[in-house]
Design a protein around this ligand. Structure first.
Ligand code: MG
Length: 159
């Protein structure tokens, strides 16, 4: 089995009147993330890392935001779809590592549930999924709380 790697990145701006969904978990906060889907930047970055590892395009190509089918979409459902597409192409997902950058709220109380959602959606043991959160030390727009940035790396095995 040849090992392959992919990188994923996503950013979303905070917006009032929306729930904050990260890794399929609703995080208590006064704002959510703007987006055509549920705005789950963690799951979107993981999806792009997986698709990148398989050289199968990106989230925008698979689930275009011009398509009404994906309006308000549950990103975890999209992640499961990506898992099936990789499996159908004979790829095995090995592990995923994520770094979330946001000034607030603190994600520590939610990290275990987020890892649980992502690992179950991918059919992986919990030990194969890592999600870490940090602030931007008040630097730049993310540091001023305007939005969130997420980096993800995925490893898969296959042809
Ligand atoms: Mg996104």
């Amino acid at each position: 089995m040849r090992q392959r790697f992919g990188i994923g990145y996503d950013s979303h701006v905070f917006a009032a009147g929306r729930p904050l969904i990260l890794g399929g978990v609703e995080v208590e906060h006064d704002r959510g993330l703007k987006g055509h889907s549920d705005g789950d930047a963690v799951t979107h970055a993981v999806i792009d890392a997986l698709l990148g590892a398989a050289a199968m395009g990106d989230i925008g190509r698979l689930f275009p935001d011009t398509d009404e089918r994906w309006k308000g979409a549950d990103s975890i459902a999209l992640l499961k779809e990506v898992r099936h597409r990789l499996n159908a192409a004979s790829y095995t997902i090995v592990n995923v590592d994520v770094t979330v950058i946001l000034e607030a709220p603190k994600l520590a109380p939610y990290i275990a549930s987020m890892c649980d959602n992502v690992s179950r959606s991918l059919g992986l043991p919990q030990s194969a999924v890592s999600i870490k959160a940090k602030t931007n030390e008040k630097m730049d727009s993310v540091g001023r709380g305007k939005g969130i940035q997420v980096f993800a790396v995925a490893s898969i095995g296959g042809a």
